[in-house]
Ligand binder design. Structure first.
Ligand SMILES: [Zn+2]
Length: 535
């Protein structure tokens, strides 16, 4: 039994919102209250003085791709101000690699560097390795001669359709591959096996703990599920994972009779994930009206509401709810129509009303804003997308952006909010998400002191709930996750006394990180092993 005292605890338990001490037995919270009451009640508990630090329920990212995030961490970070700095990092990696091994990197930008790089710089530092570095835009890559050779790229190789092999004045490949030409080398990189993915995930898990995350809802596929099961079997999974399944496996799940909630509190089956449309960046999100400046383009709708309803009906028969990616107002409209039919189907067939959700809910038609709340559909949103996308949304959706990334509107209309990052699209740092949610500003302060559509700002309490109670509700775990209260799972984070997110300046959120993270009653991460007992 553990007793943490001399703390400032935010419990998220409305009947008992704060306390100074918490008692934990194995994986569960036993009591939260005041130290002078609890210390005499639990004389045998192992006591830890928290020195006035702040304790909060651990955060859950409700939309994350763990495998992709974990693998992205292994790449050399090429997002540097100069080409030289990037080359130094690659050279470091070469030193730690065996000859013939691939070295992957990501993040360079020729506009920042002022010129295109070429094979020769890479050949100079890595003559015996295969190098493939993708640009930040993901529309170009930079390879060394060994990699070009392996791909049989010579001065004779013609450009693939929709791609270009950049060449010098003599016609020789420079090492820069554009668009589909990237695949000439990219497709040769061996896929990591399950062990490698599991190892990468284990490393990523420690980073997530430090960021304050104790749970995720994962949207990667088969390999990710296998790797997670492997980690779990090894006793190394110390993150609550809700695992979602792609809709193309619905038939298999149905045949198996696989239900939501199968698994345990570490790894459990969640939702069937479907895609209704594309994204704002490439202008493929399905819209009622064209993109500004592109009279003919209304995006791409992958299916209509009828088709989605058919999936939903089949899934409902085995108790699997839907999580549907919908960005554009048309896509969201079709999903809502399908959910309306599905709610009726559930009722007519005496099936439970499942906790369906929409992923992103990026822009809604004015007539649709109340429908999520009305049907109790979870709005699974990523507050940091609002500030990353705001200029793009203004340019291509214009006035429609008033109802884009509209977190507050959804909350006010009664939709449960489950917040996340969509990492690795964005950093999974939940404090950056919280900052975006409460300020509607980027870290650099843009677009203005007031923020982008400031009426959509959440309070810290609403945002924190969106990263704790909301995801717990979506996982059907709200009776044991997201609060610090008796019988709840002991998943918590510790912040320095000066870092109370409910008392600090919003800007302070940008630097915040957990100084100690507990999952299931066990300290899985501590920033120090000082004499305060948190070790
Ligand atoms: Zn995603």
């Amino acid at each position: 039994m553990k007793l943490l005292y001399n703390a400032y605890i935010h419990t998220q338990d409305p009947s008992h919102p704060t306390g100074s001490a918490i008692v934990i037995d194995r994986e569960r919270v036993v009591a939260v209250g005041e130290a002078n009451n609890l210390l005499p009640q639990y004389p045998d508990a192992e006591k830890q003085n928290m020195n006035g630090r702040v304790i909060l329920p651990g955060l859950t990212d409700a939309h994350l791709h763990l495998q992709h995030y974990a693998l992205s961490l292994q790449k050399v970070d090429c997002e540097t101000d100069t080409q030289e700095a990037c080359l130094r990092r690659v050279a470091e990696r070469v030193k730690k690699s065996k000859p013939g091994e691939w070295i992957l990197g990501h993040g360079w930008n020729q506009n920042v560097w002022g010129n295109w790089p070429s094979t020769s710089e890479l050949d100079a530092i890595a003559p015996n390795n295969l190098i493939y570095l993708t640009a930040k835009s993901l529309h170009a890559s930079w390879a060394n001669t060994a990699a070009l050779k392996l791909a049989n790229i010579t001065s004779q190789t013609s450009n693939p359709q929709n791609g270009q092999i950049q060449r010098d004045e003599k016609g020789n490949a420079t090492g820069i591959l554009l668009e589909s030409a990237m695949d000439l080398v990219g497709n040769l990189i061996p896929e990591p096996n399950i062990d490698e993915i599991a190892d990468a995930m284990e490393k990523a898990q420690s980073i997530l703990w430090k960021m304050g995350l104790t749970g995720i809802h994962d949207f990667d596929r088969r390999e990710a599920f296998l790797a997670l099961q492997q980690l779990h079997a090894r006793g190394k999974l110390k993150l609550r994972v809700l695992k979602n399944l792609p809709v193309d496996l619905l038939d298999q799940a149905y045949e198996l009779g696989l239900c939501a909630g199968f698994g345990d509190d570490w790894l459990r089956i969640g939702y069937i994930k479907a895609f209704m449309d594309g994204a704002l960046g490439p202008h493929t999100a399905a819209m009622f009206q064209p993109y500004i400046g592109e009279a003919g383009n209304r995006g791409i709708l992958n299916m209509d509401s009828e088709e989605l309803f058919e999936y939903g009906r089949k899934a409902a028969q085995v108790g699997l709810p839907l999580a549907v990616h919908a960005i554009g107002d048309r896509a969201n409209h079709e999903v809502l129509d399908a959910y309306e039919q599905l709610r009726k189907y559930e009722q007519d067939n005496h099936l439970p009303a499942l906790r369906h959700r929409i992923e992103h809910v990026q822009v809604l038609h004015p007539e649709d804003v109340k429908r999520l709340g009305k049907m109790n559909i979870i709005a699974s949103m990523q507050p940091i997308h609002a500030t990353s996308d705001m200029f793009m949304a203004d340019s291509f959706w214009g006035e429609r952006s008033r109802l884009a990334y509209a977190l507050k509107t959804q909350l006010q209309n009664g939709a449960p909010l489950a917040l996340g990052s969509d990492a690795p699209v964005e950093s999974p740092n939940p404090f950056w998400g919280l900052y975006a949610a409460v300020t509607r500003r980027r870290a650099d302060g843009s677009p203005s002191a007031d923020g982008w559509y400031p009426e959509q700002k959440l309070t810290m309490a609403e945002a924190w709930a969106g990263f704790t109670l909301g995801p717990a509700y979506a996982a059907n775990m709200e009776n044991r996750l997201g609060r610090l209260a008796p019988n709840f799972l002991a998943d918590l984070i510790v912040l320095d006394a000066s870092q109370d997110p409910f008392a600090c300046l919003p800007e302070d959120l940008l630097e915040m990180q957990s100084s100690a993270t507990m999952v299931a009653g066990e300290w899985v991460y501590t920033s120090d092993t000082g004499n305060d007992g948190v070790s």
